[in-house]
Every structure is written in C-alpha cells, then in structure tokens.
Design a binder for this molecule. Structure first.
Ligand code: GUN
Ligand code: FE
Length: 440
C-alpha cells in the first residue's frame, strides 16, 4: 500500500466557524506531518512526533515554510467557457448570446471538448482546486470528455450535461426526451465511478420548457444520491424574463421548487435577487447557494449578501463561475468575496473565508464526509501555499507569524503563483517548481 508523508504548516477548519470566525473551529499545526495511505489521510501530527516512527521507505514531501490547506472546492464553474473568460461589455443575457453560446456550440466536436477539459483541469490544479461542481454543454460527449480526464487524475468531480430545450441557438438545444435519455445514460456510465458524481443540470429556468423541468425533477426523485445544479436570480433582466415565462409561479426560485429541484445535493449559482421566502425554501430543502463574486462583479449582476443568507440558515459555497467569472483561483475569488461583503457592511472573517473555500464548499456539495479538512479517513486532497511566492507577499506575510493572517494575506494578494503544489488523493498532480521532496 502506498504511503507518503507531507511536511509543512497545516491549517484547516474542523467545522463551520461562522461569520464571526470562532477560533476553536480552526486548527493550525506548525511543522506537521500528514501521513497518507492509499490516497487517504491516516494521521496529522507534529513532525517531531511522527518522523521517528516512519519506515525508511516512506517518501517525505518536505514543504517546510509552506502553508498547507485542504484542496479548494469550486462550487460553480463551466469547463466549456475557458475561451469565454474576459469577454467585454455585456450583462448576462447579452453575454450568453454574444459570447457563451457560440463557444459552447463548438463542443459538438469531442476533440474540442477533450482539449478544453484537459486545459481546464490543469488550471484548477495550478490554482489548488481539487473538487468542482461543473457545467458541461448540452452535448453528452462533453460530459464523457470531462469525466474521462477527471478520472485519469483521480479527482472528486461533480458534473453534468446542460438540459436546455428552448431559448438557445441551433446546435445547443436538446428535447425533453433526448435530455432525459442522455442524462440517464450519463448517470449509469459515470455516477459513482471512483470519485466521479453526476449532477442533473437544467441550465436555468429560461432555457428549459416546463416539460423538461418536470422530467428533471422526476429524474432527481429517482436518483436521490445524484446532484442537481442550476442558476437562479443572477441578473435583474433575467429575473423579469423568468417571471414572464412562468407567470403562475411566486418567484424564480419557486419555479425550481415547483418541479422538485430544490433538495440536498442541489446547488444554485448566484441567488442574488431572492426574498425571505426564497431563502426559507433554500434552508428548509437543504439546497445550497453558490456565491460567485468575480462573476457577479464582472457581468454586473449584483452583490450577494452573505450575512443575510447565513442568518436565514442557507448553506453557502464559493464559486468561480468562469467564464462569467474572471479567475480559476479560489484565492482571487476569496479576495473579491471579501470586497463584496465589505460593500454590504460585513468584514468576511479569514476563518470563514477558509471555510467557504474548503469545508464549507464540501458541505454545500454534501461531500464533507470525504473532503474539506484533514480529518483522518478523508481523501488526501490538499493545496500547498507559498507565503513568500512574490516579494509583496513575502513582505506582508513576514509582518505577523499567524497562520490565519497568512492565509488572509495569501487570499488578498495571491493567485496561482502562490500555489506551490496540489495533491489529489495523496499524489502531487501539480508542482509549480521542481520537486522539493526526497526519500529519507
Ligand atoms: N445563466 C444561464 N447560463 C449561464 C452561464 O453560462 N453563466 C452564468 N453566469 N449564468 C448563466
Ligand atoms: Fe454559471
């Protein structure tokens, strides 16, 4: 059985620290050693205690001076939108028509999908992200391409084929029948294969007929263990359009509720323009909201009020939403999350920021039994952060010798340059520089 040990300063959340940042919810271990056996965490303990007990055959990956956190969890992102990033001058509906749909049409070609999937996963790993909830395109082969690459890398990934049978251009529409049949076949083929998980993925209410949404809800009922993902209440024009399309429903969120698409393992991106009743429904159904700050700022959608959502008891994760979002980095995403909350009068505590990017995201996806912290038995997914990756980071992190303050500085100033390595199930899948590991 493969055994490895990873050495450095460790920081992780044991549970939800709340917006106030309850200190006992966060654990820091200076010069720790994480023992990994067959991809799982066996033990995290001080290096001085554990090193003498290790057999000579155990490879020690020496990351002393680095801050090691659980692999980041991106709760909302579109892999086919790698070439949509940084598209100028549009808000949501216009942005979809002008930039996004034309790119997604290209994914009818499996070679385009395979190339994008490979590049996308490399980007995630370069940014310390080990799990994501991912939209593919309407084409089932886009899901095959994505899962095949994720499987090769051993990553815990949630993904699904977009259901979209109206208000989309030629080549990007399915039908209630084909969408349902394709989703069923993909669940059969991929859900539960290793660490892969399927998500029933109605793109958003405006691009699915009532018949399609009804059948998506039925499919979800038949597969309680499968995920659900969509968008809701992102942009004011979108909200007004959905109100016209579904005049009989109380609200945009109520459309999904009506069709049985709110539940545990369901994640809805944005959730900006909701009311109190909507938030109660999210809470009561166990549905999670994905907060996507770089997207919300870049396409001018609005400000997600984290305090309001948490006060209502809603589960929240953090998402990059690339191509609406502007970075694959969860550090960059945390920096923007902090600024959005500042505008709303809340200073997002570093402990809660860490939670959102790791254990909280895992909980939003109901995968916190497997990932999100360094608890023994969990999968050994982790990001090795370099507090001195740039001269400015070195200067700032040198000011205070406190792991949480270091993490806050890394989130505020860092990006992929600050990710020295990323491990998936105990295997280094990304290294920024030549290996610093060795055999003792
Ligand atoms: N709403 C429907 N489709 C999309 C998408 O691709 N990105 C974003 N941000 N919102 C959407
Ligand atoms: Fe999105």
């Amino acid at each position: 059985m493969t055994v490895a040990a990873i050495r450095g300063d460790f920081l992780h959340c044991l549970r939800d620290p709340g917006l106030g940042g309850e200190p006992s919810a966060v654990a820091a271990l200076r010069d720790g050693l994480l023992l990994v056996r067959a991809g799982r965490i066996e033990r995290l303990a001080p290096a001085v205690d554990l090193l003498p007990q290790l057999g000579a055959q155990v490879a020690v990956h020496d990351w002393r001076g680095h801050l090691i956190v659980p692999g980041f969890v991106d709760t909302h992102v579109h892999y086919p939108q790698v070439d949509v990033i940084a598209s100028y001058g549009a808000q949501l509906l216009d942005w979809l028509e002008r930039y996004t749909f034309p790119q997604e049409q290209r994914f009818a070609d499996p070679a385009v999908a395979a190339d994008a999937a490979r590049f996308f996963l490399e980007q995630l790993l370069a940014n310390g992200t080990t799990t994501a909830s991912v939209f593919c395109t309407v084409h089932p082969a886009s899901v095959d391409a994505f899962f095949a690459q994720a499987q090769r890398l051993g990553m815990l990934m949630v993904a699904g084929k977009c259901l979209m049978d109206r208000n989309a251009p030629d080549g990007l529409r399915d039908t209630p029948d084909t969408g349902d049949a394709d989703s069923r076949a993909l669940i059969e083929r991929w859900h539960g294969q290793g660490r892969l998980r399927y998500a029933i993925t109605p793109r958003f209410a405006a691009s699915s007929s009532e018949d399609q949404l009804r059948r998506a809800g039925q499919l979800a009922r038949e597969h309680p263990d499968v995920h659900v993902q969509s968008h809701v209440a992102e942009n004011r024009d979108e909200v007004a359009w959905v109100a016209q399309l579904f005049a009989q429903r109380r609200s945009y969120l109520d459309v999904y509720d009506h069709y049985g698409l709110l539940r545990e393992r369901a994640v809805y991106a944005h959730c900006i323009w909701l009311d109190d009743e909507d938030r109660r429904r999210l809470r009561d159904s166990g549905t999670a909201a994905s907060f996507c700050p770089t997207s919300n700022l870049f396409i001018g959608s609005g400000l997600f009020d984290l305090r309001q959502a948490l006060t209502a008891g809603v589960r929240v994760g953090l998402g990059t939403d690339v191509g609406g979002g502007t970075s694959y980095s969860m550090l960059r995403t945390l920096a923007e999350a902090y600024k959005v909350q500042q505008l709303l009068g809340t200073s997002l505590h570093p402990a809660y920021g860490l939670y959102l990017a790791t254990l909280g995201g895992a909980a939003a996806l109901h995968c916190d039994g497997r990932i999100g912290s360094f608890e023994a038995g969990k999968d050994a997914d982790l990001a090795v952060l370099d507090p001195v990756a740039t001269p400015l980071l070195a200067r700032r992190t040198g000011l205070r010798d406190d792991p949480l303050d270091r993490f806050f500085a890394l989130a505020t100033l860092g990006d992929d340059r600050a990710v020295a390595a990323t491990y998936v199930a105990g295997v280094a899948r990304h290294r920024r520089d030549p290996p610093a590991s060795g055999h003792r």
